[in-house]
Ligand binder design. Sequence first.
Ligand code: ADP
Ligand code: MG
Length: 212
Amino acid sequence: MILVRAPQPALDQAALTRRVIAACRDVIVEHEAYLCDLDCAIGDGDHGTNMRRGLEALTGESEHLATVPFSEAMIAAGTVLVMSIGGAAGPLYGTLLMEIGKGMAADPSAAFADVFQQAVAAVARRGKSSPGEKTLLDVLYPLSDALIEQMPLSLLAEESQGFANKTIDMKALRGRASFLGERSIGHMDPGAASCALLCATICRELVLAGAA
Ligand code: ADP
Ligand code: MG
């Protein structure tokens, strides 16, 4: 017997963009207090509020972002995040998205993993930071390595929390948490936590949409 699979419907890029933005907003709103609590322990307690403001601003631009080319959408989304998240995390998340957009615009045929790797390096330069210093880079670097190694996104969704967990034992060397020195050890970095939540959410949405 010959089994014929029904053809998959073409991926609706605009619908996917709207869904990804809405899912990211939802996960951050749901974890706002949790992210603020993490930031209370080693910072100033505003990370959840900052991130919610950013994701709500992004949601306000969702219709525009859904209808422009991917590279343009990433540059616009990064600009929105810089202006709306604020704090230390805003320029870092903003740089990540803007650099992805610029990389894709410069070479539309480039592999996403390569563009992402360059964008993460730009975030590190912006923060004058490196992995191992208890920041969101401790999620972005292993995430980038996993993309280069072509880890399936379904697995990556499960692994991302583990990247953030590794910041618990680290001593903060950048940002407000670095003022605590040794006392920062034993707490998860709030930026790493938000980054892991967003990564897992985006991966799940892409898998659900059949885009990965
Ligand atoms: P603020 O520290 O200004 O209150 P947030 O609380 O929104 O800003 O963000 C704090 C997060 O930003 C930290 O948990 C860390 O992950 C990240 N961060 C802060 N400074 C740096 C830096 N120099 N490089 C990389 N990430 C940083
Ligand atoms: Mg803070």
